[in-house]
Design a protein around this ligand. Structure first.
Ligand code: GLA
Length: 396
């Protein structure tokens, strides 16, 4: 059993909200005006389609990043985190844009900058964050960070928490990642962090970013979702993400389409470059799998989505080429030990996989993924049983 982290924490663990408030007091010597939080996510299916006008089906985790904030009477922004490697940051509101900040603070500074650009009257503030979303595991700890602080800043600015604000926060967080942090994102992570509903996955149609909750009822089906964190992130991942986006744009151009998500299976034959054809085959196939999964889940046939998860993984591994030996190993081990289906989740090149597992064999699957990695001399993975949590919110 790996058990490095599990969804049900032992008694007495201090929550991210309490840790954030303690960090605010310890670093900036102030108490909070309020504490806000936003969740990490896993994507059930619909990978690398959110920048192609496709559909994806992520769900929010119950794990969150919390932001404790205190309004200031000047134009300064001071940020700190209780993560040991995250150095504090101080700057002026007018100094938060592209090129001004790097490291973890760029996610926060960039989001505050983009919110201001969008017309939200962000005040000077002291911010402290704490998280129980594992960082670097492909569970969108960055979107959780951006969305928690952005909602907090809007709250301090006196903005009502309504759908319009939530969409503004999503757009600001996407802009921050693309223009300030310099990491590509298609918007799935920020959208689910702001709009998720507890107990449901969120169907996102990235043609217009409209959303619809899809109730999962996993427990009724005797099923559990297990996240397997390979604890490995391969370098060059950022460059590879941008390269995949360029491949998709080129394929769409060659087909005369605005976005590759509009392509049909017949269109694929018209792509002469084998690499572009393989990328497009993934995108077209994956969008079809999302639609099929949504139909099955809505019909209460959750157990039948397993083969679609397996097919998604194979497509990401062979056609989209974003998997990694660690991901392939844990996916094969999970299905070999009784998971109904498993796939890498998120951007790839390491990070996490998910497995749909009958309750009775969860321990077998957890043991199998650890053993399989040990046999191949790979880093020991950690497992996390997840349930679907709610969207970003004010906690106190
Ligand atoms: C990362 C990005 C998302 C999405 C996934 C792949 O998580 O942030 O926008 O593109 O990769 O599905």
């Amino acid at each position: 059993m790996s058990g490095a982290f599990r969804e049900r924490e032992p008694e007495g663990v201090v929550s991210p909200a309490e840790r954030a408030a303690a960090e605010l007091a310890a670093t900036w010597s102030v108490g909070p005006d309020g504490v806000w939080a936003a969740p990490g996510r896993v994507n059930l299916i619909g990978e690398h389609v959110d920048y192609n006008g496709g559909r994806c089906l992520p769900m929010a985790l119950t794990r969150v990043t919390a932001a404790a904030v205190r309004r200031r009477n000047d134009d300064r922004v001071r940020l700190s985190s209780d993560a040991p490697e995250a150095a504090p940051f101080e700057g002026r509101l007018t100094e938060l844009g592209p090129g001004a900040v790097d490291g973890w603070a760029a996610y926060v500074a960039g989001t505050l900058w983009a919110l201001r650009e969008a017309g939200v009257d962000v005040p000077g503030m002291d911010v402290a964050v704490a998280s129980d979303v594992p960082v670097g595991a492909g569970l969108s700890s960055s979107a959780a960070l951006e969305c928690a602080v952005a909602l907090a800043a809007a709250g301090l600015a006196g903005r009502t928490d309504d759908p319009q604000l939530r969409h503004q926060v999503v757009q600001a967080a996407i802009r921050a990642e693309n223009e300030v942090v310099g990491a590509g994102t298609g918007g799935m992570d920020q959208t689910v962090a702001m709009l998720a509903e507890e107990g449901a996955a969120l169907l996102i149609d990235t043609r217009d970013f409209s959303t619809a909750p899809v109730r999962l009822r996993l427990a009724d089906a005797g099923l559990v979702l297990v996240v397997i964190d390979t604890r490995v992130t391969h370098t060059l991942a950022d460059g590879q993400y941008a390269q995949r986006r360029r491949d998709c744009e080129q394929a769409a151009r060659e087909l005369g389409l605005a976005q590759l998500g509009e392509a049909t299976a017949d269109d694929l034959e018209r792509l002469t470059d084998p690499r572009l054809r393989a990328r497009a085959r993934h995108v077209v196939g994956e969008i079809g799998r999302v639609d099929r999964v949504v139909e099955l889940v809505a019909a209460g046939r959750m157990a039948e989505i397993g083969p679609l998860l397996d097919a998604s993984h194979a497509s990401l591994r062979d056609d989209y080429e974003v998997s990694a030996v660690e991901l392939d190993t844990v996916v094969a081990a999970a299905t070999g030990a009784g998971a109904l289906g498993a796939r890498m989740t998120g951007g790839g090149f390491g990070g996490s996989a998910i497995a749909l597992v009958p309750e009775a064999v969860v321990a077998d699957v957890e043991r199998a993924v650890v053993d399989a990695c040990a046999r191949r001399g790979l880093t020991t993975p950690a497992t996390l049983v997840v349930t679907s949590g709610g969207a970003a919110r004010r906690l106190s």
